[in-house]
Design a protein around this ligand. Structure first.
Ligand SMILES: [Zn+2]
Length: 841
């Protein structure tokens, strides 16, 4: 495995694992489900035949230790004596990091064929769960792509499209939202069924410094986990480092490059599940093509590697030369083996730690300043509230629901509200999912010159905020009539038995939009109220549905269809089935585009993906009412400059210039002209974040982005939730709360009107509040954006450009602002822009 210019694809690897399982009684292949593209998604269980024979019993022992509530110390000791250590190692999450899928095959083979003392100890003491590819679709794509061009001038060209159907490289940002089928399967395996003592995810990094990063992480770390997990990572990292140096591997570094405060991907979120969640990162070759490095091409790296010199965390240097996939396979194999070997040698310690972590986190939560989070059932979008509760369940968090009315700290929570106690083993996770988050601002996060260093990913991942759901921290132990949720909260809508005037759908619910899209698709008439009804039962933005058979759609969307009390004859406009196109491109694909597709599928939004040729051909208005440009640079869209590091996972292949001509993209000046003509003839162009540059600069719109080019000391918001007001009397912001949150990250835009003779063409949909703008994350220079526009609609000819300066559908996670996208789609040429004057809360 890892021979020069050779990659086995997933079909072959899967076949191989089946063959091994047939031949060995030390491994079992379990299909957890299907991938996004329908391939088998498997976990391999490796242990002694005796252990495999009682796997379910061992699973239960392990689970009991992971949630030790009610377990006495004596009972725990008995369990530890009988239980086996559990490790999960995953390979090939990022498909362009090609070595790991190849390594896994040899690691599995060695695990079941080695008969020495070390191997026997491992099989007797450990249940080693191997995910041979977290993303089998991508493993297939990249191997097929690479092998097709190996030996040609296009060898090692980067894959032109996303290597995961929806997420590309972002498949590692889904460890909490669990949007992708692959994440759902792994989440169930790791967070609910098995709670391993260690989880290691094997990756690759750039080529220019260390050969291998091993645990532990660099500073800063995210607080709130049991301290033992960080000590355990040092233990595992030390064992890996020791084995690697003993084997003569050089350039291995720990405590550097990857900070412990990262995104909520699997390896970074697991510490809050009480699992030692770790990462290895090997230096890359050019896909499977060897790379030559001169010594002076090796430099220092970020975080804890100021120069390429020996230091305690990297006591030997790799001195350059050829670097091949085989080199990566060999060092990954050693690291993977060290993981299971440490678990085998320290079985009792790591199991006892599991018990301690669960016990102590529960005790901490029971006595902390915040003892629970309360989530009111009856808030702005009550369906999304239920989705949040279900997301917590999917992560193995315990959630209770109120049966009747509950009064906590003077606030009233109606029936069906959720209480998430901190007195549970996963309280660390609860804290980050539901509690306000402030990213550290200190010398770990600033350069010597005082410039902020970009966090590894976001500066917050507070999921309640992303979803637009209010979760209240509670300082007392919550008691009352509570039911522990045993299964997902059902979401099945009811239909009024008699509705002579039709139905009304609550415009505040994301799922009402889904229902509207489904209804329009079925040809059932839907109108949108543009003013409140006299009796107050209809709000502006609510959907008015003609009488008819809507039961299937109520069931599918989960939305209630109450009867409209009296006919609405004025103050409503008809909707028609939206005709939506979204730009898709090569150059590694655009992750923001992929996630938007997934959101559209979840909400039954009809759409067409269009590429350059369709745009350049023009006459777009004949087929579409709305065209979406997902977050992207002008250069990447037009092809003026090939995109760098977008989607494909960095420069692990060749440069963009060796991409075969048919896979280069960019719609050029002709495409820009066609898009402008589309708008001028009545179309709606919808842009997210930096994609707004294209219409702003090329159509000469009377607005500018006031944060463009500002130094980071002046303005800085790397993935933060910021407080905004929404003009929810405007059809483009119907259904939004008057106050809400916008997720602002690098590349985001904030708007200011630049022209007085065209200022009447600009409508402001959302503005940042005037002070204390930061909700969670990190924000410098709030005065720069205070009271400025977060989203605008600009009339241009007969149509308009809707620019949302932040990402309203970021990674399919920001449910709180999905409606801005849906409104822009529904508010095509048919929907006029009737304004009402009453502000809605
Ligand atoms: Zn990676």
């Amino acid at each position: 495995m890892g021979a020069d210019r050779q990659l086995a694809n997933w079909d072959k690897l899967h076949e191989y694992y089946q063959a091994l399982a047939k031949a060995s009684n030390k491994m079992r292949v379990v299909e957890l489900g299907k991938t996004s593209e329908g391939r088998p998604y498997i976990a391999i269980f490796i242990s002694s035949p005796a252990n495999l024979a009682r796997l379910e019993q061992l699973r239960q022992l392990n689970a009991r230790l992971a949630d030790p509530r009610g377990l006495s110390e004596a009972e725990a000791k008995k369990l530890v004596a009988d239980a086996k250590a559990v490790t999960i190692q995953s390979f090939a999450l990022h498909s362009s990091e090609v070595a790991a899928s190849q390594t896994a095959a040899e690691f599995v083979y060695d695990s079941i064929t080695r008969t020495d003392e070390e191997a026997t100890r491992m099989l007797d003491n450990v249940i080693s769960i191997v995910m041979p590819s977290i993303n089998p679709d991508g493993t297939q794509m990249i191997a097929d792509w690479y092998m097709k061009y190996a030996g040609t001038e296009h060898e090692a060209a980067p894959l032109p499209w996303l290597y995961q159907k929806y997420s590309g490289h972002d498949n590692n940002r889904d460890g909490f939202a669990l949007n992708l089928p692959e994440s759902q399967h792994l989440g169930k395996l790791m967070y609910r069924d098995w709670m391993p003592q260690a989880y290691v995810d094997h990756h690759q990094m750039g080529s220019g410094n260390a050969r291998l990063y091993i645990p532990p992480y660099a500073e800063p770390i995210r607080p709130g986990a049991d301290p033992l997990v960080w000590r355990e990572m040092q233990l595992w990292g030390a064992h890996m480092g020791n084995k690697l140096e003993a084997a003569g591997k050089t350039g291995v570094i720990g405590s550097a490059i990857y900070s412990g405060w990262g995104h909520m991907g699997f390896h970074w979120i697991t510490p809050f599940h009480n699992i030692a969640g770790m990462l290895t990162e090997s230096a890359s070759a050019r896909l499977a093509t060897p790379m030559f490095m001169h010594p002076d091409q090796l430099r220092g790296g970020p975080r804890g590697l100021p120069a390429y010199e020996v230091q305690t965390t990297m006591p030997s240097l790799w001195t350059g030369g050829w670097w091949r996939v085989r080199d990566i396979v060999e060092q990954q194999k050693i690291a993977a083996w060290a993981t299971v070997d440490l678990a085998a040698r320290n079985r009792e310690t790591v199991l006892w730690n599991m018990y301690l972590k669960g016990l102590r986190q529960t005790e901490r939560g029971a006595n902390a300043a915040v003892r629970a989070y309360a989530i009111a059932a009856d808030q702005h979008d009550r369906q999304t509230v239920k989705k949040l509760a279900n997301m917590l369940l999917a992560s193995g968090v315990e959630v209770h629901q109120t049966k009747g009315q509950l009064i906590v700290e003077g606030r009233v929570y109606g029936p069906g509200s959720f209480i998430v106690s901190m007195a549970q083993p996963k309280q660390g996770l609860v804290r980050w999912m539901l509690g306000r988050t402030f990213y550290p601002d200190n010398t770990y996060t600033r350069t010597a010159e005082g410039d902020p260093i970009r966090p590894y990913d976001m500066s917050t991942d507070t999921f309640a905020e992303f979803m637009g759901v209010k979760s209240d921290p509670i300082g007392e132990t919550v008691t009352g009539d509570l039911v522990k949720l045993a299964a997902n909260v059902p979401m099945i809508g009811t239909v009024a038995p008699s509705a002579p005037h039709g139905y009304v759908l609550d415009g505040r619910l994301n799922d009402s939009f889904r229902a509207a899209f489904l209804l329009l698709d079925k040809g059932i008439a839907v109108r949108r109220a543009s003013q409140p009804s006299a009796d107050g039962s209809v709000k502006a933005g609510d959907f008015l549905v003609a009488a008819g058979d809507v039961s299937a759609i109520a069931k599918q969307s989960g939305v209630d269809f109450p009867a409209l009390k009296s006919p609405i004859t004025a103050g409503a406009y008809p909707l028609r089935k939206p005709r939506v196109a979204m730009l898709q491109r090569y150059g590694g694909g655009n992750m923001d585009e992929g996630w938007t597709r997934l959101m559209f599928e979840q909400f039954s939004v009809p759409y067409t993906s269009i590429m350059d040729a369709a745009i350049k051909a023009g006459n777009l208005e004949a087929n579409y009412d709305t065209i979406i440009l997902p977050a992207d640079s002008i250069a990447a869209m037009t092809g003026e400059r090939p995109p760098q590091g977008q989607g494909g996972g960095g420069g692990f292949g060749g440069g963009p210039n060796n991409t075969p001509a048919e896979y280069r993209s960019g719609f050029g000046a002709d495409g820009v002209k066609a898009l402008e003509a589309f708008v001028q003839k009545g179309g709606t162009l919808l842009t997210f974040a930096n994609a707004g540059d294209l219409p702003m600069q090329r159509f000469s719109l009377p607005v500018r982005n006031i944060v463009s080019g500002l130094p980071s000391k002046t303005f800085w918001s790397p993935g933060s939730t910021l407080q905004v007001n929404f003009v929810n009397t405007h059809p483009l912001a119907y259904g939004m709360p008057a106050q809400g949150l916008a997720l602002f990250m690098a590349g985001g835009q904030v708007y200011e009107v630049t022209s007085t003779d065209r200022s009447q063409d600009v409508e402001i949909l959302s503005t940042y509040i005037d002070r204390d703008v930061l909700q969670s994350g990190w924000l410098l220079g709030e005065q720069v954006i205070a009271k400025k526009a977060a989203a605008v609609s600009v009339k241009h000819g007969a149509g308009k450009v809707v620019m949302i300066g932040f990402r309203p559908q970021h990674r399919d996670q920001t449910h709180g602002t999905f409606k801005l996208v849906f409104n822009a789609i529904l508010n095509g040429p048919v929907g006029a822009t009737p304004a009402t004057t009453t502000a809605q809360q």
